[in-house]
Design a protein around this ligand. Structure first.
Ligand code: PNS
Length: 162
């Protein structure tokens, strides 16, 4: 059985992430989407909120499970017997960052954790959680970026009535 982990901040999940999740779920028998609990960042949504949002957004994909992790991805992967990490690539600017992380993970795990990249579908290539939050914080339209229920939750955080 081919399993993979899709790690990320998902603060919050966007249509770009959901595109990668859907496509990866068709490649692997089981996909674990795991939210990084990064104590140094100050996220808009707590880990619990991000997990719940992801659960709702992926509820129609039976082979997707949602989890969270702290610390190093290679440790989480080893504990859960996961050997492939999936990441999405939007543009060349992502590539340098992603290449470095992928190579570090492969080296540190002695080849036990490899990374597979999916190129983001063109219609979502411009999307990032940060830009979605910035647009929403000024009351802008994010309906093309995130599912409606996620949009409502983001506006609530910024106390914006829509
Ligand atoms: O959605 P993001 O913030 O781009 O995801 C980045 C993530 C979570 C994949 C990456 O920061 C990560 O795996 N962090 C866990 C800590 C770790 O393993 N660092 C070593 C890689 S240099």
């Amino acid at each position: 059985m081919k399993r993979a982990v899709y790690p990320g901040s998902f603060d919050p999940v966007t249509y770009g992430h959901l595109d990668i999740i859907r496509r990866a779920s068709e490649i692997f028998d089981s996909l674990i989407v795991s939210v990084l609990n990064n104590k140094e960042k100050s996220p808009l949504f707590s880990v619990e909120e991000r997990v719940n949002i992801l659960m709702e957004a992926t509820k129609d994909i039976p082979n997707v499970k949602i989890d969270s992790f702290s610390g190093l991805l290679i440790d989480y992967a080893a504990e859960n017997d996961l050997h492939i990490a999936v990441r999405g690539l939007r543009a060349i600017t992502d590539f340098e960052y992603e290449l470095q992380i992928a190579q570090t993970n492969r080296k540190l795990s002695n080849g036990k954790l490899d990374t597979m990249f999916l190129t983001t579908s063109l219609e979502y290539a411009y999307l990032s959680s940060s830009s979605v939050k910035e647009i929403a914080s000024f009351g802008g339209d994010i309906s093309q970026c995130v599912p409606d229920f996620v949009g409502k939750l983001i506006y609530e955080k910024y106390k914006i009535r829509k």
